[in-house]
Design a protein around this ligand. Structure first.
Ligand code: ADP
Ligand code: ADP
Length: 232
């Protein structure tokens, strides 16, 4: 589903170039929950942002669902990105829009009609159990509820891939558990491929099928949870 071939990202600066991601090869299967774990500054965020080209790699190729994103023009990329949802540590909701309108936002940008949007948003509100919160504003929600809005918005375009950038790092342990349960549920129910980066070991242990460990811009270990976390 996702293939990174010799993907590199260097941030150039006068103070010295930063090789945030060194030649990286990674294959993520359709339908799996894949975790990328590492310390702060290891390159996790750079890596996950290369998957949807939020960061443009300085070398290598990115393939998602059989399409090479690194060979696309902006218009093709916009279209391909509809297949890749993303959620964030600080939710990134629009404060001036209701829950309903936050979820509808990506669909409005795509020029989809209000009646079609309504047909799509309603089941998403139900999926994340916020059917009675559509008219609330983000400021009126708990952290866990905000992240559920983030998840619903990310799923609005019916993507095959969901990228999670430290999605539970701002949440307490109990809320983290409920968000992870929801992610597991939608992984199964929608056969969604999920990639998550986190510095929280408990999170990968709870939900991931396979995991990669990243250190100084390099994947130093990769495999099933048992392979990576059991001492030889
Ligand atoms: P992580 O997500 O694991 O904390 P990042 O991918 O954010 O790691 O960062 C990897 C390295 O790249 C760090 O050294 C960071 O300082 C550097 N970096 C990240 N983004 C930028 C940027 N926009 N400009 C320059 N350096 C950056
Ligand atoms: P406007 O304020 O311009 O009338 P809105 O953005 O409030 O438009 O709503 C756009 C569409 O979404 C309308 O068809 C409205 O009925 C519907 N809608 C808005 N909020 C909700 C909600 N909480 N539940 C269901 N439908 C909603």
């Amino acid at each position: 589903m996702i293939d990174l071939r010799n993907v590199e990202k260097t941030y150039y600066s006068n103070a010295g170039d930063i090789h945030a991601l060194k030649k990286t090869n990674l294959h993520i299967n359709a339908g799996e929950i894949f975790g990328i774990i590492g310390l702060s500054g290891a390159g996790k965020s750079t890596l996950i942002r290369c998957i949807n080209m939020l960061e443009v790699p300085t070398g290598g190729q990115v393939f998602v669902d059989g399409q090479e994103l690194t060979a696309m023009n902006n218009q093709e990329l916009r279209k391909a990105r509809q297949n890749i949802g993303m959620i964030f540590q600080h939710f990134n909701l629009l404060a001036s829009r209701t829950v309903y309108d936050n979820i509808a936002f990506p669909l409005e940008i795509q020029g989809i009609s209000q009646s079609e949007i309504k047909k799509r948003v309603q089941p998403l509100l139900e999926l994340v159990q916020l059917q009675d919160r559509g008219d609330y504003y983000p400021s009126q929600l708990s952290g866990g509820q905000k992240q559920r809005v983030g998840i619903a918005r990310a799923l609005a375009s019916d993507p095959k891939v969901l990228l999670c950038d430290e999605a539970t790092s701002a949440l307490d342990p109990q809320t983290t558990k409920s968000i992870l349960d929801l992610l597991k549920d939608i992984n199964k129910r929608l056969n969604l491929t999920i990639v998550m980066i986190t510095h929280q070991m408990e999170v990968v242990k709870e939900v991931c099928d396979r995991v990669a460990v990243i250190e100084n811009g390099e994947i130093i270990e990769e495999g099933s949870m048992i392979d990576v976390f059991t001492d030889p």
